[in-house]
Write a protein that binds this ligand. Structure first.
Ligand code: C5P
Length: 229
């Protein structure tokens, strides 16, 4: 299992300070809407300068018509990041268009599909997608698998079922992780490391429990130790 730390802080410098504190550990940096919209390519470059081996997951959750998604995927691959994501609900044609467009890259990023946002509870999810989360998350994962993607973003609770429905090499990446039972915030389906392990999760995403900790480096070290235990 690998650790992905979300760089969701309100200032460029604060993200870089966090990255410097934790950058010596083997982990991924997740750059999402807030940071990418504000700091863009400069942030990606600065992260690679802090740690040339740092792996970057660009969490922009693409959702658009197939041609526009493929165009965006090509631009993202050209940035040299190691992972990005799209929404599975954009459909198989869009996901296939993305994977086809990336064929020309010698080294392409991993591509994951978002199944259900971890902030949904069952009722609010059903109101939009007309089906229970577990059922639809697995169906979206199968769509992504059949479209040639590398894996999905899902809650830790769905990981094992998704691997069962696809195969065990199909990546699961799970936000909503509260490593040692920290406050859930706006996340509804939160899980700790033990649950993520039991669910064969490949990558855990940790945001607030790491960057809001008074000692993020110590927190990251403790998480990595718990992952290896
Ligand atoms: O602070 P916290 O640990 O809840 O951060 C989770 C991170 O994962 C945030 O950056 C959030 O945008 C992201 N994310 C999520 N649920 C998804 C996909 C991404 O919470 N399904």
């Amino acid at each position: 299992m690998e650790l992905v730390v979300a760089l969701d802080l309100p200032q460029h410098d604060a993200n870089l300070e966090l990255a410097r504190k934790i950058g010596r550990y083997p982990l991924w940096f997740k750059v999402g809407f807030r940071s990418y919209i504000r700091d863009g390519k400069a942030l990606l470059k600065a992260l690679k300068e802090i740690n040339p081996d740092a792996k970057i997951f660009l969490d922009l959750k693409l959702y658009d018509i197939p041609n526009t998604m493929a165009d965006a995927a090509e631009e993202i691959a050209a940035l040299g990041v190691e992972m990005f994501n799209v929404h599975a609900s954009a459909g198989k044609a869009a996901m296939q268009a993305v994977m086809q467009r990336l064929e020309s890259f010698e080294k392409r990023p991993l591509v994951l599909a978002v199944t259900a946002l971890t902030s949904f509870d069952d009722e609010s999810f059903r109101a939009i997608y007309g089906a229970p989360i577990e059922q639809k998350a697995s169906a979206f994962a199968v769509d992504a698998f059949e479209s040639g993607l590398d894996g999905v973003v899902c809650s830790a609770f769905e990981s094992a079922a998704i691997k069962e429905a696809t195969n065990d090499r199909f990546i699961t990446l799970t936000p909503g992780i509260r490593p040692f039972g920290e406050a859930a915030g706006d996340q509804t389906r939160v899980a700790d490391i033990a649950l993520a392990k039991a669910q064969q999760v490949d990558y855990i995403v940790v945001g607030r429990p790491a960057y809001k900790d008074p000692d993020p480096a110590a927190k990251v070290a403790a998480i990595l130790e718990a992952i290896r235990a």
